[in-house]
Design a protein around this ligand. Structure first.
Ligand SMILES: Nc1ncnc2c1ncn2[C@@H]1O[C@H](COP(=O)(O)OP(=O)(O)OP(=O)(O)O)[C@@H](O)[C@H]1O
Ligand SMILES: [Mg+2]
Length: 265
């Protein structure tokens, strides 16, 4: 009995498909070794400002001198390119080459479709396959930070990312409202269950109407990274492809405090 325990050959062999998944993760670890930090910007709640946070933090990190990449993991509803005012499409050639704007490497499904307004209607396995393309067949080169903008929900996209990558962890985004905090806590619960770190929580659209950010931090026992005030300038600037943190000093200061905490970890 003791001998059996010690001898790995006597243990049941995992199914080949499990081995395949483990192999893929190993392969990607090697392929992506030039990327120092991979951080997902996440909440199960829609519309809380995940894309806004991803874009503004990426620009702040770039300004601090880091090499930054920005990946849109919202595969079926990609809108990162709209926030960035990018209209580029990628040629049909491999490997996929992220589009560079203001020194940031950017990749989104939006660059792979002809009509941005046409719906992309895919089941989970297709979403997972696309996310895998973003790493298996993409030339990211060397980066200090890859910021990954996630869609809402707790299923396909975050699961695929967790399965494929050694993430540093998730930064959670919530609004001040209790309902938003509850859904964001759900995202944290999912991360914890799958052994992914929670790097902290950001309260976006802060207006004194609630304390959602603190609620999430307390419940998940994670860092509260800071608040971003609610400001109608966000909508106006993002709709015209401008970066709020570059256009407005107060907005920049708020993101800057958060970026410093991320870098100082
Ligand atoms: N601090 C803020 N103040 C005011 N408006 C904001 C703020 N942050 C984001 N917004 C606006 O809120 C809307 C939703 O933001 P965003 O698209 O970033 O959310 P999201 O969480 O990525 O949404 P989805 O779940 O659909 O991916 C956008 O119109 C954006 O301009
Ligand atoms: Mg979004």
């Amino acid at each position: 009995m003791e001998d059996e325990k010690r001898n790995p050959d006597s243990l049941p062999k995992p199914h080949p498909s499990i081995l395949k998944v483990i192999e893929q993760k190993k392969r990607l670890r090697e392929k992506l070794s030039g990327i120092k930090h991979k951080i997902g910007i996440y909440s199960a709640k829609g519309g809380v400002g995940k894309t806004t946070t991803s874009v503004n933090l990426a620009y702040l990190l770039k300004e601090m001198g880091y090499k930054v990449g920005l990946l849109d993991a919202d595969v079926d509803c990609p809108n990162l390119t709209l926030f960035l005012g990018i209209n580029d499409t990628l040629s049909g050639e491999y490997p996929l080459m992220p589009v560079e704007k203001d020194g940031i490497k950017i990749l989104s499904t939006a660059m792979l479709v002809d009509d941005l307004k046409a719906p992309i209607i895919w089941r989970g396995p297709m979403i997972g396959k696309m996310i895998s393309e973003f790493f298996e067949n993409t030339e990211w080169g060397t980066l200090d930070y890859l910021i990954i903008d996630l869609p809402p929900g707790t299923s396909d996209a975050p699961l695929s990312l967790i399965q494929l990558l050694d993430l540093d962890g998730f930064i959670l985004v919530t609004t001040p409202q209790h309902i938003s905090a509850v859904n964001t806590i759900r995202s944290g619960g999912m991360a914890r269950r799958l052994n992914v770190s929670i790097l902290g929580v950001i309260e976006n659209m802060s207006d004194g109407s609630g304390t959602g950010g603190r609620e999430v931090a307390e419940k998940l026992q994670c860092d509260f990274l800071g608040s971003i005030s609610s400001d109608p300038k966000f909508g106006r600037l993002s709709d015209s492809g401008k970066i709020p943190a570059q256009e407005d000093k107060e907005i920049k200061n708020e993101y800057s405090e958060i970026a410093k905490k991320i870098v100082g970890r």
